[in-house]
Design a protein around this ligand. Structure first.
Ligand code: NAG
Ligand code: NAG
Length: 491
């Protein structure tokens, strides 16, 4: 009892919930995972080549620092019930892979499932949690993605799922090695209500697929954002996931995040505009940003989406507050699948700035207008927020997107020529200056391009092409971004 009382009063004193408490994911994790592009086609060389590309493309230094190996790496259990590494795929063993990735200045993630088997039917970790956590720690693993396949029926209530996932949380903790715990139970059993207590992130939907809005039978839990959804599924479009997370977008906070699943940027199923919209929304919703494309064939186009520091700065904002949806109109011009909608998202940022995303998921280019009263709805409804009476500078977060030719030069360059090219590109280096420091210093690369103003009581009006989003940072002219921050959490 005394212990419980102390825990509660500590939570009150420090102003945030006592959660997984491993000190990780104070901002959403960033990195790369092989699954979306490569599935089971994993190997030591894939991970090492990808690590080199992460460094040489500059992507490590805009923040993508976890290299995560997904399913299909193991080869049964040994006589003491420890997982065996597939030595054909990983001839040097996992510890050696981890060492290499660490030498490149990055962190190493692995995968298992809270079931008797993983989703691709390799040995699962259910009832072997202690052994497997010990293995991960002994290989110097920094991150565990923990899936939900073959769970032996141990789900159906929040308590059953919570208990099953907590066993691994405790086993990871008991190793003494901080490992980011990425819970992947597809949003079943209201994981957005309890994921925070044991994990650094929790998936809230079925698996993403590389489509912006195509409905699919394998992702049956559609727009209703129904938390009772029976089959979260595997072919979930960007719009499906966005519409599901909208009702609990605010559940993420430093240390634990809604996970909207890995990015599809660069995989080929969406247009450039759709990928920009996908990336903008994931950033604003404070989802982990795990690239899901094959970096060995990274295109210049994809690079200039993934490396935009003004958008990443929204994701890595020290306040750690997700955007929320302030308007949804479902009667916009239908797209090729017959649905069409317009959405306005808005969120509070460090220093009193505000991010706004205008999303046109309809089939026709259109003008979207959002009033300050709407944009600041969460600071006071019906136009009552004091911010509505201020004048705002508008910064377009995509206007300074890197030129594709320069990106191509970086991708083609010899290592020796890279420093000069990164300089020419005015590359934001978050390894040297964190996003928080950069924001404190008003680094122009994090602000985008000033494109206009909103007068007190006014509106932001922008043409938004079909299947695309525009993304802005608003900064009060009066306070020059120096407003007192809300959070007591010194990050
Ligand atoms: C970023 O800074 C680190 C540390 O100074 C340096 O090693 C790295 O090469 C820089 N990266 C880029 C893309 O400039
Ligand atoms: C284990 O949990 C305790 C209590 O929440 C925490 O203080 C500690 O940092 C955790 N250790 C690791 C390695 O996660």
């Amino acid at each position: 009892m005394a212990g419980i009382r102390i825990a509660i009063s500590l939570a009150v004193l420090t102003g945030h919930a006592l959660a997984v408490n491993n000190g990780l994911a104070r901002t959403p994790q960033m990195g790369w995972n092989n699954w979306n592009a490569l599935g089971c086609d994993v190997s030591e060389s894939l991970l090492l080549d990808t690590s080199k590309t992460l460094v040489n493309s500059g992507l490590r230094d805009v923040g993508y620092n976890y290299v995560v190996l997904d399913d299909c790496w193991s080869d049964g259990r040994d006589e003491k019930d420890f997982l065996k590494v597939d030595m054909k795929k990983f001839p040097s063993g996992m510890k050696s892979v981890a060492d290499e990735i660490h030498r490149e200045g990055m962190l190493f993630g692995m995968y298992s499932s809270a079931g008797e088997m993983t989703c691709a039917r390799y040995a699962g970790s259910l009832d072997y949690e202690t052994n497997d956590a010990i293995s991960f720690a002994s290989w110097d693993v920094d991150y565990l993605k923990y899936d939900n396949c073959y769970h032996m029926g141990r789900f159906g209530t929040p308590k059953l799922s919570f208990d099953r996932y907590k066993v691994m949380a405790d086993a990871l903790n008991a190793t003494g090695r901080p490992m980011l715990y990425s819970l992947c139970n597809w949003g079943e059993d209201y994981s957005h209500t309890w994921g925070m207590s044991i994990a650094n992130s929790w998936r809230m939907s079925g698996d993403i697929y590389d489509s912006f809005s195509r409905p699919d039978d394998l992702c049956p839990c559609s727009n209703a954002a129904d938390p009772h959804c029976i089959a979260p599924g595997s072919h979930c479009s960007v719009m499906n996931i966005v519409n599901r997370v909208a009702v609990y977008a605010d559940r993420g906070q430093p240390g634990g995040w809604n996970d909207l699943d890995m990015l599809e940027v660069g995989n080929g199923g969406m247009t450039d505009d759709e990928y920009k919209a996908h990336f903008s929304l994931w950033a604003g919703l404070k989802s982990p940003l795990l690239m899901g494309n094959d970096l060995r064939t990274l295109s210049a186009n994809a690079l200039t989406i993934l490396n935009n520091p003004a958008v990443i700065a929204i994701n890595q904002d020290p306040e750690g507050r997700s955007i929320t949806r302030v308007r949804r109109e479902t009667d916009a011009a239908p797209d090729k699948y017959g649905a069409g909608e317009i959405q306005v998202w808005s969120g509070y940022l460090y220093g009193g700035d505000q991010v706004v995303i205008l999303l046109n998921a309809g089939g026709k280019d259109t003008k979207i207008s959002a009033s300050l009263a709407e944009i600041f709805l969460h600071e006071g409804p019906e136009g009552s927020a004091p911010q509505v009476q201020e004048e705002w500078d508008v910064y377009d977060l995509w206007a300074n997107r890197m030129d594709t030719d320069l990106a191509q030069k970086i991708l083609d360059a010899d290592t020796a020529d890279l420093p000069k090219l990164f300089k020419e590109a005015n590359w934001y280096n978050s390894t040297e200056i964190s996003y928080k420091e950069g924001l404190k210093k008003n680094d122009p690369r994090l602000l985008g391009k000033k494109t206009g103003k909103i007068a007190p009581g006014g509106s932001l009006t922008v043409k938004v092409d079909k299947h695309s989003a525009e993304m802005f940072r608003l900064r009060s002219v009066g306070t020059g971004g120096k407003r007192k921050v809300h959070s007591k959490d010194e990050l």
